[in-house]
Write a protein that binds this ligand. Structure first.
Ligand SMILES: CC[C@H](C(=O)O)C(=O)SCCNC(=O)CCNC(=O)[C@H](O)C(C)(C)COP(=O)(O)OP(=O)(O)OC[C@H]1O[C@@H](n2cnc3c(N)ncnc32)[C@H](O)[C@@H]1OP(=O)(O)O
Ligand SMILES: [Co+2]
Length: 134
C-alpha cells in the first residue's frame, strides 16, 4: 500500500524563523509560503534530494496544530506523509481494519494539489500519518 515518503512535517511557532534556519543555517532550498486556510496552516517545503520537509505554522483560530504546539511550544515533528496510488482503496482497507480516518473521511486537497487523508496517531504508534495520492 505505501509508496515513497512524500514529506516529514515539523510544526513550528514561527515559520519565518524556521525558514531562515533551514535556508541560511542549513543551506537548504525552501519554497515560498503557502497559506492553506482550509487546513488551518501556512506551510513551506524544504526540498531535499530524496524527500521534503514540510514546515508548518498555525493559520487562523481553529488550527488543528494549535494544541500540538501548546504541548510543544518550541515546535516538533508533527506527521509523516506516505504516497499511495489509490487513496480511497487505502482508506477503505485501513478503516475496515479499524484505523480511524480523521475529519469527514473524505480526502481533501493538500499543499501539492493532491488528495490527502490523515490517520489517527493513536492507531499508529503515536505517529500522525498523512496519505497523499500521487
Ligand atoms: C493537508 C495540508 C498539508 C499537506 O501536507 O498537504 C498538511 O499536512 S496540513 C497538517 C495539519 N493538519 C492536520 O494535522 C490534520 C490532522 N490532524 C488532526 O486532525 C489533529 O491534529 C489530531 C486529531 C491528530 C490531534 O488533534 P488535537 O491535538 O487537537 O487533539 P488531541 O489533543 O485530542 O490529541 C489526541 C491525542 O493525539 C496526540 N497527538 C496530537 N497530535 C499529534 C501528532 N501530530 N503526533 C502524535 N500524537 C499527536 C495528542 O497528544 C493526544 O494524545 P494524548 O495522549 O491523549 O494526550
Ligand atoms: Co503534510
Amino acid at each position: 500500500m505505501l509508496g515513497r515518503v512524500n514529506h516529514v512535517a515539523i510544526a513550528v511557532p514561527d515559520l519565518g524563523a524556521a525558514t531562515a534556519s533551514y535556508r541560511d543555517t542549513l543551506g537548504a532550498r525552501v519554497s515560498e509560503p503557502q497559506s492553506l486556510p482550509e487546513h488551518g496552516v501556512t506551510v513551506v517545503f524544504v526540498e531535499l534530494p530524496n524527500t521534503k520537509i514540510e514546515l508548518l505554522e498555525p493559520l487562523g483560530a481553529d488550527s488543528p496544530i494549535a494544541a500540538f504546539l501548546a504541548k510543544n511550544p518550541a515546535g516538533g515533528m508533527h506527521h509523516i506523509c506516505y504516497e499511495v496510488e489509490d487513496i480511497l482503496a487505502a482508506r477503505d482497507k485501513l478503516a475496515s481494519g479499524g484505523a480511524r480516518v480523521l475529519g469527514s473521511g473524505e480526502p481533501k486537497t493538500g499543499a501539492h494539489g493532491k488528495p490527502v487523508l490523515f490517520l489517527h496517531p493513536k492507531d499508529f504508534h503515536g505517529t500522525l500519518i498523512e496519505l497523499e495520492q500521487v
